[in-house]
Design a protein around this ligand. Structure first.
Ligand SMILES: C[S@@+](CC[C@H](N)C(=O)[O-])C[C@H]1O[C@@H](n2cnc3c(N)ncnc32)[C@H](O)[C@@H]1O
Length: 279
């Protein structure tokens, strides 16, 4: 994410990510079924200079999820290159993933321990994980990736799909930005988040539909290019209703993985919904 806390391939999570590979995500826009995470993005996704790839970002998330997994299994929607899945697996948790990008999953496979993580290729709002190990004790969707589902219907479908994968008492964890509409000046629909002599990046908001996009204009060797990546921003309360539609209820909401309080100033949240133990 970029400027505010949504992911860089999804919408932003920290300001310091501005100007990274998010701007390249549209290069291979859905030409091969990999969506916005085709070969060119996958090749550069794991960026050690990004705050999202530091131990400070990864280890607390893996600890949090391992605690919820307990002795059970974990399902990651949008598992990608295994940024979170592999540290979670190293904690002794059996992890399975769903992702539509074969290019991203190939990077996961190439890493130590990657072979031990089962992955089902497909759209995580609709795909059933192909695994015989029984229901999952925790499912999770991090790094603003729920915003990659660009309609409310798809986001609701995602919650329903997760509920079908969870064992009774299982939990669903989402890490996502709080929509940054406060950043919009009255009458404006654009929030810039990066400017340099050769690159300009900005988000655009349609507050009527909650459609948003991250947009990049770049000049290389005197030639300009423009890319746009669509997202749908979603409110915390709206996610609670989606969970309710799927038969789950909010159990915890935090500002981050180390359980900092969620407040009116929080720019992101880590929320946990629970599937009832009965019914
Ligand atoms: C921002 S990356 C996050 C990857 C990983 N979870 C992480 O934290 O680094 C988003 C991932 O979700 C996948 N993705 C996005 N929308 C998807 C969808 N509707 N169905 C399946 N995978 C999707 C992309 O292919 C990509 O691997």
């Amino acid at each position: 994410m970029h400027r505010d806390g949504t992911p860089q391939y999804g919408p932003p999570v920290t300001d310091s990510d501005a100007g990274t590979a998010q701007g390249r995500a549209a290069d291979d826009d859905d030409h091969d079924g990999d969506g916005y995470f085709g070969e060119a993005v996958a090749a550069e996704y794991d960026d050690p200079s990004s705050p999202m790839f530091t131990p400070a970002a990864i280890e607390p998330a893996a600890d949090f999820l391992a605690g919820l997994a307990g002795d059970g299994r974990a399902l990651e929607l949008g598992i990608g290159t295994g940024r979170i899945a592999l540290p979670l697996a190293r904690r002794g948790v059996e992890v399975h993933g769903i992702d539509m990008s074969r290019a991203m999953v190939a990077r996961l496979r190439a890493k130590p321990g990657g072979d031990a993580v089962g992955v089902t290729i497909g759209d995580f709002s609709a795909t059933r994980a192909s695994t015989t190990g029984g229901d999952f004790s925790v499912a999770y969707l991090v790094y603003n990736t729920i915003m990659n589902l660009t309609s409310q219907e798809a986001q609701v479908a995602c919650f329903r799909n997760v509920a079908e994968h969870l064992a009774p008492g299982g939990t669903f964890v989402v890490e996502v930005s709080v929509p940054r509409l406060r950043g919009l000046a009255p009458g404006q629909n654009v929030v810039p988040f990066h400017t340099s002599p050769t690159r300009w990046a900005f988000d655009m908001y349609d507050v009527a539909t909650q459609a948003t996009s991250s947009n990049y204009v770049e000049v290389v060797d005197g030639r300009g290019s423009y890319r746009s990546i669509p997202f749908r921003y979603v409110w915390p309360s709206e996610l609670d209703l989606m969970a309710q539609l799927a038969g789950m209820r909010l159990r915890e909401r935090w500002d981050g993985w180390t359980r900092e309080p969620f407040t009116s100033e929080s720019t992101k949240h880590v929320s946990v919904w629970e599937k009832p133990t009965t019914g």
